[in-house]
Design a protein around this ligand. Sequence first.
Ligand SMILES: Cc1cc2nc3c(=O)[nH]c(=O)nc-3n(C[C@H](O)[C@H](O)[C@H](O)COP(=O)(O)OP(=O)(O)OC[C@H]3O[C@@H](n4cnc5c(N)ncnc54)[C@H](O)[C@@H]3O)c2cc1C
Ligand code: FES
Length: 277
Amino acid sequence: MVQNRMIPEPCRIYEAMQQTPREVHFVVEAPKREPFRPEPGQFVMISIPGIGEAPISLAALPGEGAAEGTFEMLIRRAGRLTNLITRLKPGDTMYVRGPFGRRVTWEKFEGSNLILIAGGLGLAPLRPFVQRSLLHRELFRRIDILVGARAPEEILFKEDLASWSARRDDVRVLVSVDAARSTWSGRIGVITTLFDEIDADVEDAYAFICGPPVMYRHCLRKLLGMGLYENHLWMTLERRMKCGIGLCGNCQMNGLYVCQEGPLFSYREVRHLKEAV
Ligand SMILES: Cc1cc2nc3c(=O)[nH]c(=O)nc-3n(C[C@H](O)[C@H](O)[C@H](O)COP(=O)(O)OP(=O)(O)OC[C@H]3O[C@@H](n4cnc5c(N)ncnc54)[C@H](O)[C@@H]3O)c2cc1C
Ligand code: FES
């Protein structure tokens, strides 16, 4: 029902945690009109009436990283709407419709190594991939989680990174920053410098990349050079979106509707599009 999918539902904010000066981590009541069962890589449209609407990735799914009946998002202040939304407090309401985007089934990834790569804000959409794979740890072999940020103070979800790092079941977390002051004792360098430390057999791995477009080209080239199969490489592509359900054409990329056919794509599906990679 197209009409229903265009009508947002008021959802109560349960928690609003400032992660950095420009990013807020929200825990929000899930929409109730229809069963809210999103998959990793999907997004919602959030709005404030009279102000605007924006696509935002799910950063934790109900019953997985988030409690049943709730979901999580990380929102960066970018413009008019997100400036207002990031000032909302627990008890306030935001409007939500979705989830939208392609639902990728996970059976094909089972039995393989996973390489999960996030740059900057990309850790928000990547987080449900990590949470899903850790929840069903027995279904996967090695899990390497690679995270890049511009500076130590911009690293997101630090508590998650610490708890994932503390695991002893073949889960490895590697974090690097582009630049840092002398007080930083971690790795310094662009995210691809971490690839030499990947423990997994890359030829038997699936990789997922979420991050700014500039990161993709370098990551793709390096991973494919290391022997990763093209259809084992998955990435999220961001385009301007208005409807989120394939009606307005705003997100179209050479005939491909990113809001419906993506935003999660395998490299093989988009490698011919110069806008994509
Ligand atoms: C599928 C998808 C998932 C997203 N997930 C998140 C998320 O988890 N957290 C988050 O903080 N943001 C996310 N975004 C980006 C978010 O939608 C925009 O920042 C938001 O729409 C800005 O709205 P605004 O009214 O606050 O600012 P506007 O005034 O509309 O824009 C502010 C600035 O951001 C730029 N901008 C707006 N939208 C985009 C876009 N899609 N790509 C690149 N630049 C853009 C504008 O050019 C402008 O410079 C996502 C976008 C997409 C398409
Ligand atoms: S956002 Fe309207 S068609 Fe994709």
